[in-house]
Design a protein around this ligand. Structure first.
Ligand code: HEM
Length: 553
């Protein structure tokens, strides 16, 4: 009996312990649920609402505030309202980020809207925009929204999305790889690919009986050549097989095409959407893995080769020979010289970055320059004349390009008229002042290059027209040209800008001295596929002929 009583007592104590624990767990769950609901309420409703009030008090206006979805419905409606094709005299630039134009026209140079619960401020004021780009004191980070995209395509370690100390370390290694002297090592790769394109088009011209010449798909052939160039300049001529290169190209394009529009989609409102095994996500994972596999094998082979060469008696060779005279080699050399390091996965991410950062903008620059020159035969003739004067029929050399002044004007005007990168974006990390505007921490600031490049106050009443003449030194009395930022500004300015200009000048030189360009019949002017860049929606088909002075044998 005594034993039974003791065991009962023990059971009762155990029961009470369990009940107490249940009570603690239940209380903890309730507290956590309340906190979660409060946090969700704060992030989705209170924060965007109070930020909107904060900016409205400063007189900054925008479309009406909507909880949770923000102004996504208006943005999608605006974008859907655009006609499929626009007048060939127009830039078509409104087609990318139409809301940036509409909101800044309607609500002023500084306007506000919400994308989901993210507060976004559009700075369609060049002075303020520049202040953001060159801001000292660490007020800004690269925008998390854009980071979502590049994180998936270029990798978490990419310099494109790095910040503060992490960025400084990467810049220390990548910056030297783009130095002018190193770029000279890359020149022959660009020339080789340019000559291949000339040969391809020349064969087409030679094989046609048509007097008007032959039609070429500039929107397909030019990006293919540029990809060839960036793969060669990053990894050297022989390392990448043609099929692999094509697959990488396809993967990058597919990822941009599918992931870009998601930034303005409702899917973003559901965290983890990118991780759901939907058919598109599965295809994206497969493409990404394939690209990584190819690039990984190239990077590992190079690291192995460097290790072997360093250890071998042949180490009397120059360092350049050990590392390789391409961008990957130059990054490895910069690591050694600067006594800094990058892990193999981080190095892989920088290699992906080269392809991702250069592919679309450089293609845009070349596609639209050729198309605009085809539409403006007078400028085409003047550009060709300059090439014939400066380069003639000789093999182009890097130092010739500083004399191509008119080509500089044409390239600048193309990047103004149809900017390869339509907008930049930053997240404010603390409360601070930009001009007369108080910026709150957590605000996403947009610098709409497309809007600024078409501002009549900056560029004059003919801002809507393609006119390279505006870049003539004689016409540059006002210093508004300082407001031209196709490659960004401040310490995050494009690392590849000199390489991009060199590629553009070299390719245009070898093409213009050989062919004349006109717009093919049936051409439909429709820049604007994608969220960042103005790909020609219905292609850029141009008609080419041999220039009169050239006869192939
Ligand atoms: C016409 C061609 C190009 C244009 C218009 C262009 C434009 C830009 C812009 C606007 C930025 C700054 C983005 C920001 O501030 O958020 C940028 C950054 C960058 N670009 Fe380019 N780019 C071009 C070609 C290239 C090429 C050919 C490469 C490399 C091979 C390249 C590599 C980079 C890198 C690595 C960054 C990141 C720099 C950093 O964050 O420190 N770009 N580019």
């Amino acid at each position: 009996m005594g034993l039974l009583t003791t065991s009962n007592w023990i059971d009762q104590v155990k029961m009470r312990d369990v009940q107490e624990w249940q009570c603690v767990v239940a209380t903890a769950c309730t507290v956590m649920s309340v906190l979660l609901v409060a946090r969700t309420f704060y992030l989705l409703l209170w924060k965007p609402y109070s930020m909107r009030r904060f900016y409205e008090k400063q007189g900054i206006r925008g479309p009406c505030f909507r909880p949770i979805v923000g102004n996504l419905p208006e943005i999608r409606e605006l974008r859907a309202s655009l006609p499929e094709v626009c007048d060939p005299s127009e830039s078509g630039v409104r087609r990318v980020g139409l809301e940036l134009f509409v909101f800044s026209e309607k609500y002023g140079k500084v306007s506000i809207f919400e994308q989901g619960s993210l507060t976004r401020i559009i700075l369609a004021d060049a002075k303020l925009a520049k202040e953001v780009l060159v801001a000292k004191g660490g007020h800004y980070r690269k925008a998390a929204l854009i980071g979502e995209l590049f994180n998936q395509i270029a990798g978490m370690g990419s310099i494109l999305i790095a910040n503060e100390g992490d960025w400084q370390q990467k810049n220390h290694i990548m910056g030297p790889a783009f130095r002018h002297t190193f770029l000279e090592n890359l020149f022959h790769h660009v020339l080789e690919s340019g000559n291949e394109l000339v040969t391809k088009w020349q064969t087409m011209v030679d094989n046609t009986n048509e007097k008007q010449g032959v039609e070429v798909a500039v929107d397909l052939d030019v990006p293919e050549t540029l990809l060839d160039i960036i793969v060669k300049t990053t990894f050297g001529s022989t390392t990448v097989k043609g099929g692999d290169m094509y697959a990488i190209h396809k993967a990058v394009r597919f990822m941009f095409k599918k992931l870009g529009p998601r930034l303005n989609g409702y899917g973003r409102l559901f965290p983890g959407f990118n991780f759901l095994p939907t058919p598109t996500n599965i295809k994206l994972w497969i493409e990404k893995r394939y690209m990584e596999k190819v690039l990984k094998s190239i990077v590992s082979a190079r690291l192995k080769q460097v290790k072997q060469l360093k250890g071998s008696s042949k180490s009397i060779q120059t360092k350049q020979n050990i590392y390789g005279s391409d961008l990957l080699g130059m990054m490895l050399e910069a690591m050694e010289v600067g006594n800094s390091s990058m892990s193999a996965p981080q190095l892989l991410d920088q290699c992906k970055t080269m392809i991702v950062a250069s592919d679309a903008p450089t293609s845009m620059l070349l596609i639209w320059t050729l198309t605009l020159l085809a539409m403006h035969p007078d400028w085409q003739e003047r550009a060709r004349f300059e090439v014939q004067e400066v380069v003639g029929e000789a093999t182009p050399e890097n130092d010739m390009f500083s004399h191509l002044k008119l080509m500089d004007m044409v390239l600048n005007e193309t990047m103004r008229f149809i900017p390869p990168v339509a907008a930049l974006s930053r997240d404010a990390i603390d409360a601070h002042q930009i001009g007369s505007v108080s910026i709150a921490a957590g605000t996403n600031v947009i610098i709409p290059l497309s809007v600024l490049n078409h501002n009549k106050e900056i560029w004059g009443n003919d801002a809507h027209l393609f006119n390279p003449g505006r870049w003539d030194v004689k016409n540059r009395a006002n210093n508004n040209f300082n407001n031209f930022m196709p490659f960004g500004g401040g310490n995050r300015i494009c690392l590849g800008r000199n390489l991009a200009r060199m590629e553009a000048k070299l390719l245009l030189s070898v093409l213009l001295r050989r062919f004349t360009f006109s717009v093919a019949p049936g051409y439909m002017h429709s820049p604007g596929v994608g969220d960042f860049v103005l790909w020609p929606k219905f292609g850029a088909h141009l008609r080419i002929k041999n220039v009169d002075s050239y006869t192939s044998n």
